[in-house]
Ligand binder design. Sequence first.
Ligand code: XIL
Length: 316
Amino acid sequence: AVTLKEAAQAKGKHIGVATQSWLVNKSEYAAVLNQEFDTITPEYQMKMGVIQKQKGIYNFSEADALVDFALKNNKIVRGHTLVWHSSLPSWVENGKFTREEWIAILKDHITKTVQHFKGKVYGWDVVNEAFWQNGQYRPTVWYNNIGPEYIEMAFRFAHEVDPQAKLYYNDFSSEVKNEKSDAIYKMLKDLKSKGVPIDGIGFQTHLTIDGLNYNDMKTNFQRFAALGLDTDITEMDLVTHTFQGTMEQKMNAAAAVYGNVMKVALSLPSCKFFIAWGLNDSQSWLNEDTGFSEYPLLFDDSFGKKPAYNAVMEQL
Ligand code: XIL
């Protein structure tokens, strides 16, 4: 039987999942991941709160375990994420430093992390979720202490250390044209015109089971592609508990969204990766995030292929 990764590769695409080192230590889980996917994104273990829990003391052990698994099994690794407002160590969260010191902290974290994984990762989500839904800059610790220039700085610091790595801006709820995607577009256009090293935009694609307007999605992706950027799907999953109907209807509705998103991805050469934010439903962060049992992913908890899997495969 043909697998997702074989089908995707035949179309010049990569398909993957977010995962963690303790998950890939489970043999059945690892076997399914290995068979079906060619790419992984560390779901948690490359975040600053894990890597630099204490100022200046770096601990890459959990991320290393995951990267070792990936390289042993011939997987592409997408680094996630260098600069974010969340999963921060408390010394950053509550830190009192001068602007110069904040810039030095930003630079040191990016430099040490990118250097450590140089040659092992495909690229990085350099800056994650820098905007509010209304298009204003999110007042993160980085924004508040450095100003909006932190974004440009982050890309330059990363590129300086690993010029081969593909560098991404990554965000959610920006898949269609709206105030947020307009603001991101304006920023990326400006950064590109200034020669800032940026290769792509990640659309997280955390959707609901209602999906979205797929024509709008395609048009929106296309305007970013026209800037010379890759437009990847980096964290797809679906909030499903809101669905009214039987379980079977729910699974089919979720499948339809997956199929439609994959269809958009396949129609765009700029869309090279399709990553789901987890492998099997009960591992999804959404169960905790929404407080409901969610069915967001391609596999059930017995590692059975869900209708969503079949819908993606059908497109491929
Ligand atoms: C989430 C992970 O899934 C959780 O395990 C972790 O506790 C918090 O972060 N957007 C992102 C991801 O870019 O990093 C988030 O991942 C989900 C939302």
